[in-house]
Write a protein that binds this ligand. Structure first.
Ligand code: ARG
Ligand code: ZN
Length: 875
């Protein structure tokens, strides 16, 4: 049966303290949990207590120190039921055995490269001991770890270290950790193993001295320094921007190589997928550095938004995730270029969240029903959740937003809170009515805004009509108009924003139109000339905007808009119009036409040295094949899209001519590597120019790409050259891919990049190559990073080859998923999300995708994770 938001009931019992003792042993770890419990409700005082488990074996059970008689409890691997527990407080001691070595699901306690580690969010703690494994049961944890000294010299858990020592007469030792902050079980963590470490210190704003440690595999310590730097900057930023300070004596990060997700914010002991910790110039790209910085910040920021204030239930996941993504995006914007970060974030939102919102897996930012919560760690909850917080800030303004945040923290520190609590804090702190705004949390789908503008020369007035609509999504047929902040400007003939004397027809605060009705007509009086409307500046709401604007006005906007995001958007809109028309031309067998305004716009941005290089690189990157597919929305033919995009790139490359080489040469010659955003931006522009030049496929462009690869002094340049060569599917690709593999044969994280490049070559032999790579010694079938790099990239980023017309790509993914599902359901379910837009395909591919999905759905013994995704995808 599904879980429903409306069915929430407060827990019948409270658990005040948890003492855990781990006797670590790879196949049989003994866990003793001592819980102090008290009944919360009249119902509970009837004496029936149910604790949840998952694949665990009960070895012993004592109540207030006395063994519980067999007649008073029932234990299955997934449930422990006690029938006669006392009315008053009592202590329950539960002994369980778990097998970390056999745990391939990577939930609960498992082994990664010989290290013991845990992942408990969302429902992994129940794989360690029987518990009220739900986020609204907050307890104070004390953890004792005991292991063989040589096997696990490092013993870590949440909180502060209390005591450690040898077990006399044995080769074992122990450590005790105590976390004074009450927390839900999903924030529990322990790590034990033989690890390297780097250490540092941070003094908080009130003078607390905090020890910082990052653990990793021996030999990789030097690769942790950037993460440490990012951590210290995150700690400072949260104090400066939100007034939030760290609260324990020690903050520990552990990098592990087997991890289902990106990282985990366990109190005081963050566990990371090593790809979001390790970085050095030889092995990490600028994008990797930016990701490390962003994820380190994200997990650290959870200490307040997630840990000190947690979620009442899993429906409220966006309460911590949307808010924390918003916070990490703001942090990165302050560390780097705000405009470029915004463009990158919107690109990600549109590439990942928009297709989710427009397909069968659409769900509200706060879902109201789920079968398997692991499948709701989605772009909608995370990225759209962050957009909702950003809109809240736009509607309230920065000062009132901060007042609301302050009240939220003050009111709810120590609570398991809800979206209602969150919004009430902002409403109460500012007096603003947020009841209509709240619909953003409950209505799924991407709203469409249609804008129409008309200038009346005689009256000097500008009339702007905005209509909003929202299509039906699974389970929601009727939608209501929402409150949308539309940041805007009226660009005048000289390129500056024009003033106006007055406005009627709706509320406008400085540069924000508050769109609240299904349709609104705003009339601006006293407008000096015909304006070019610049709407949705900074992408102020996560919507699709359709606006009737000419190519020449878009070109003008690309040259003049004071909002850099909309300058980028103007060029993208021009390019997208061309690509949509070009795809139709491909299908009809007509020659593609190229809009000259587009080449002018791109050339203007390329030559404009007042614009930062990273921004120019973003403008020069055309919408992706997946972007075009999404824009088309139906009867998608990936081959036609790819051909149209290739044709447009050739036209642009030819149109820009030797300006590409000239700018490339100007940016060459930098040899020292600095990971800062400005240096990264110069590399991004230079690499974009190399790629655009190769669209011509001329011998000199090919030679330039090969030289770029050979001469590269850092991973960013090396990988960019490789991607250019492989994406062009040049015959030369085999030799460079092999050379790259051999150079990094011992570096798993770099080999992931190699696997991805192999899997994304747009050529008919790629599927066979992917199948062959499944047997390559550098691949590992149980490591989620390897799986995602090879199979995830093939299915998620190779539009033409995954969507082969013969259906072989779909069949491959189905076979692969059916096999992996037996070992790692979470990772399997995530891979299958690549099918989410199957209904938008042209009929032949659509039928083949559906057949593959139906074959998975019909398989016996599917995990709940995979069954849920496949069922909803087909519904
Ligand atoms: N809370 C983590 C983060 O976003 C994500 C962990 C989710 N893990 C999982 N297995 N569902 O930072
Ligand atoms: Zn998070």
């Amino acid at each position: 049966a599904p879980f429903r938001l409306e069915d929430y009931r407060a827990p019948a019992f409270t658990i005040d303290t948890v003492a855990l003792d781990f006797q670590l042993d790879p196949p049989a770890t003994r866990v003793t949990a001592t819980l102090s419990i008290r009944a919360n409700t009249e119902e509970a005082r009837k004496g029936r207590l149910e604790l949840i488990g998952d694949e665990i074996v009960l070895k012993g059970l004592k109540l207030d120190g006395v063994a519980v008689p067999a007649s008073h409890y029932i234990a299955t691997p997934s449930l422990l039921t006690l029938t006669d527990v006392p009315k008053g407080p009592f202590t329950l001691e539960i002994e369980t055995i778990v097998d970390p070595a056999a745990n391939t699901k990577l939930m609960g306690l498992y082994r990664t490269s010989g290290t013991y580690c845990t992942q408990c969010e969302a429902e992994g703690f129940r794989r360690i001991t029987y518990f009220l494994d739900r986020p609204d049961v907050l307890a104070v944890y004390t953890t004792r770890l005991e292991a063989e000294k040589s096997d696990a010299p490092i013993l870590l858990a949440n909180g502060n270290p209390v005591e450690s020592g040898d077990i006399p007469g044995t080769d074992r030792h122990f450590a005790i950790w105590h976390d004074p902050f009450p927390k839900p079980s999903y924030l529990f963590a322990m790590v034990a193993g033989d690890l390297g470490v780097i250490t540092d210190r941070f003094t908080t704003m009130s003078g607390r001295d905090v020890e910082l440690r990052i653990y990793c595999e021996h030999g990789k310590e030097a690769r942790c320094t950037y993460a440490m730097d990012a951590l210290k900057r995150s700690m400072k930023w949260d104090e400066d921007v939100f007034g939030l300070e760290y609260d324990l004596d020690i903050f520990v990060i552990v990098a592990v190589s087997d991890f289902n997700m990106g990282a985990m914010e366990n109190k005081g002991l963050n566990v990371f997928n090593d790809k979001y910790v390790l970085a050095d110039p030889d092995a990490a790209t600028d994008a990797d550095y930016a990701n490390v910085e962003g994820v380190i910040a994200h997990e650290y920021f959870h200490n307040w938004t997630g840990n000190r204030i947690t979620c009442r239930d899993w429906f409220q996941l966006c309460l911590k995730e949307g808010l924390t993504v918003f916070r990490d995006q703001e942090f990165s914007s302050d560390m780097r270029s705000r405009a470029v970060k915004r463009i990158a974030d919107v690109r990600t939102l549109q590439a990942r969240q928009f297709p989710e919102d427009g397909g069968p897996l659409a769900h509200p930012v706060r879902p109201e029903i789920y079968h398997e919560i692991s499948n709701f760690y989605t772009p909608t909850v995370y990225e759209k959740g962050a957009e909702v917080v950003r809109m809240l800030k736009s509607i309230l303004g920065p000062d009132d937003f901060r007042k609301g945040m302050d009240l939220y923290v003050k009111r709810h520190d120590g609570d398991a809170a809800t979206i209602e609590d969150f919004l009430a804090s902002f409403a109460d702190a500012t007096g603003v009515d947020l009841s209509q705004f709240k619909l953003w949390y409950s209505q799924a789908g991407t709203p469409q805004i249609v804008a129409r503008g008309a200038y009346d020369e005689a009256a000097k007035s500008y009339k702007l009509t905005l209509t909003q609509s929202l299509a039906a999504t699974p389970g929601q047929s009727q939608k209501r108009p929402m409150h949308m902040p539309i940041r805007f400007g009226l660009i005048g003939p000289n390129g500056d924003d024009m003033d106006y004397a007055s406005v009627s027809g709706g509320r406008v605060d400085r540069d924000i139109i508050h769109l609240t009705e299904a349709s609104q007509t705003l009339v601006f009086e006293g407008v000096g000339g015909r304006p070019v409307p610049s709407l949705l500046r900074g992408f102020s709401a996560p919507v699709r905007l359709a606006i009737d604007i000419s190519a020449s006005d878009l070109l003008f906007q690309a040259r003049t808009d004071t909002d850099p995001f909309n300058r980028w958007q103007a060029v993208q809109t021009l390019a997208m119009r061309n690509l949509v028309a070009g795809t139709a031309e491909q299908i009809a067998g007509r020659a593609p036409k190229v809009e000259p305004a587009l080449i002018d716009a791109l050339g203007g941005v390329l030559d404009n040295d007042t614009l930062e290089p990273a921004f120019r690189a973003q403008v020069l990157q055309l919408p992706s094949e997946a972007d075009i597919a999404r824009e088309l929305g139906q009867d998608v033919d990936p081959e036609a899209i790819a051909a149209a995009r290739t044709a447009l790139r050739l036209a642009i490359s030819t149109g820009l001519g030797d300006r590409l080489e000239r700018h490339y040469a100007r940016l060459s010659g930098e040899t020292d590597f600095h990971p800062d955003a400005t240096s990264a931006g110069r590399r991004a522009l230079r690499n974009t120019l190399l790629d655009l030049r190769l669209a011509r496929r001329s011998p000199d462009a090919i030679a330039a790409a090969l030289t770029h690869f050979e001469a590269a002094t850092n991973m960013t340049d090396r990988l960019a050259a490789l991607a250019t060569i492989t994406q062009a599917a040049l015959p030369e690709r085999r030799a460079v891919l092999d050379a790259f593999h051999d150079r990094y044969a011992n570096d798993a994280l770099v080999l992931d990049k190699w696997l991805t490049l192999e899997a994304t070559v747009p050529a008919p032999d790629t599927l066979d190559r992917v199948k062959a790579l499944l047997k390559h010694p550098s691949y590992s079938p149980n490591n989620p990073n390897r799986v995602r790099a090879l199979v995830g990239s093939f299915a998620g980023a190779n539009q033409t080859q995954f969507n082969r017309a013969d259906g072989a790509g779909y069949d491959f993914l189905a076979d692969f998923a059916l096999d992996l599902d037996k070992r790692n359901p979470q990772t399997t379910a995530r891979l299958l999300v690549s099918f989410r837009s199957w209904r938008a395909l042209e009929p032949v591919r659509r039928a083949r995708a559906e057949a593959a999905l139906r074959r998975i759905a019909a398989a016996k013994d599917l995990s709940p994770d995979t069954l849920d995704i496949v069922t909803r995808t087909l519904a």
